[in-house]
Write a protein that binds this ligand. Sequence first.
Ligand SMILES: Nc1nc2c(ncn2[C@@H]2O[C@H](COP(=O)(O)OP(=O)(O)OP(=O)(O)O)[C@@H](O)[C@H]2O)c(=O)[nH]1
Ligand SMILES: [Mg+2]
Length: 303
Amino acid sequence: MSFLEKFKVGLSKTSKNLREKVLGVFSPGKLSSDFLDQLEEALIEADIGIEAAMAIREQVQEESRKNAIRSEEDLFSVMTRVVESILSEVDAHLKTASSGPTVYVLVGVNGSGKTTTIGKLAKRFTSQGKSVIVAAADTFRAAAEDQLAVWAKRSGATIISHQEGSDPGAVAFDAIKSALARNVDVVLVDTAGRLQTKKNLMEELRKVIRVIKREIPDAPHEVILVIDGTTGQNGLSQAKVFMEAAGVTGICVTKLDGTSKGGIAVAITKDLGIPVKLVGVGEGIEDLRDFDPSLFAKALFER
Ligand SMILES: Nc1nc2c(ncn2[C@@H]2O[C@H](COP(=O)(O)OP(=O)(O)OP(=O)(O)O)[C@@H](O)[C@H]2O)c(=O)[nH]1
Ligand SMILES: [Mg+2]
């Protein structure tokens, strides 16, 4: 299956559910407040978040007053437009360095897909002819480095790692120094998803970022929070915590191929103003793409 097919199949369950719930109570013309309540509820169930659900409700109500919702398709096209405009309010493009190495730090709770996403990103950049260093700054988990080494090999990136239990800041430092010395184009920093305590983890992330900034003042160019799309609204509270500690600049939503409802992408953008920049739709090296607001909005509501 191509990326697009996986992406659409992933979101098709959500759109099917939404359609069934909404169309079961829809009758064209002036829409009742009962209908609007049910619409809002169905949207919240799709993980879209309360604010976005309210925004959609208001727009649908407004269009209905103008008698502009005469068919099911009118209804869904209004909803698609609102979601697309929410997602387009923020810049979804990955930033790159104007000169010197581009540095991305990937953060997120354990199992969200950080290491896998680094592998996919490394492959993307090496395929573009760029040199890539991956930094194994998850020194907490024994197998973390091995896992990253496999991705480095697959993608043709160079791995920088220290012993298990060593200082993640020192790994990041080495990676940056090495990138500067060898004119490497991209540095991707893998971080731990779990430490003894959440406080430790956040302090460690702050330190990693501080170390990078000291060597390259405008780096990291992106701090990407990786969120497992199947975690639903929990993703929103994760995002808040990481935003405070690590200054997240963009989100990667993974596992959109699975049982994810996908709506979390809208909730995070609307509630926190952080753009979704990447989406993952599988475990393979090619299963990552830049986020496309228009495609996403359509897939969420498409038949
Ligand atoms: N289906 C699917 N699986 C994914 C995707 N991204 C990652 N995974 C899987 O999710 C699991 C966890 O991925 P990792 O990359 O190890 O996650 P991590 O955030 O590095 O986890 P920790 O290192 O434990 O913090 C692995 O089995 C991956 O293959 C995705 O987009 N779709
Ligand atoms: Mg990992």
